[in-house]
Design a binder for this molecule. Sequence first.
Ligand SMILES: [Zn+2]
Ligand SMILES: [Zn+2]
Length: 353
Amino acid sequence: MIKVQMNECMKAVAITGERRVEILSMRIPRPKPNEVLINIRACALCTWEQRVFKGEKKTPLPLIGGHEIAGQIVALGEDVDPQQFPVGAAVAPRIIKACQSCSFCRRGNPTQCIQLNTFHLNGPDVYGMGGFAEYICLESSAVWCFNRSLPFEEMALTEPLACVLHSIYQAKPLFGDDAVVIGGGIMGQLHLMCLNKMGVRTILSEPDKKRRDFALSRGCKYLIDPSSEDAVEAVKKITGGRGAQAVFNTTAIASVGEEGMRMLENTGRYVAFSSIHPDLPISLNPNWLHSSEVVLTGAVNPSIQSFEQAVNLLDKGWLDLKDLITDTYPVDKAQQAFERAIAGDAYRVVITF
Ligand SMILES: [Zn+2]
Ligand SMILES: [Zn+2]
């Protein structure tokens, strides 16, 4: 167990400019009542932070990002049950806020909580979710304990897995349905892995052969190369002319999303999983929407339920995510970690503390 002194400092990785990160020294936060102090052991680099690093997404700087976190409990605030949150336990937190009192939380839709944007977790002076730091304090309700010993790098993928499980929940596929996943990056691969387990026949549309091969080796049933064939026609062919019951767009390209909608069978569900950059309009035939009864929706953030499911899947050893970790860098090599993450061919790059 690590003893944390009141005045001790910690390392934090901050984006301080375009393609520049620095290691800052910050005061270790103290847990308030109902909070848990976590020693972060691994934090994965999400696309959002990569876009800030590249200068594509403007935020206040310095930014201490990081929300795909795994670590260990080191101290408890007042009123936290030490049986439920034992010091030393390995944990993954759902870092975004669920206030439990807004109408979205009360209706069971915490991904839309009005207090969602918790960008000042490290105090009022620093912007960012704060996962790229050695310590973080979070309310105990946001913390999930693991029973199985799993490398922290893999445990850090709980959050992206939970985002994907929420996306699949939005599409509500049934046994034997056909689902198209557009894009074979980490989020696409996570969709495929989960859908395969659920008894859904999976189709991946992805131009990169290496990513198609990876999906195939993990149980994906059909592969489409949209750079050499018409992806909509290919889906129709695979599905006997009907189209798929579920389509997930994990790419950031507006026209690809529009094409994905045309892959749907009547009454099918389309999930806009990724945000779109640039945010270009798409065209939609209103009579098609009327007569096909398709459902067009999105998936943003993990729900509380999907986080619970992600922890269960990993803790029970039901999903093995280690091959999705392309590289791991110690905190002092954070600059290299960011550069590796944006190189284009990585699934996930993880910073360890
Ligand atoms: Zn993320
Ligand atoms: Zn709320």
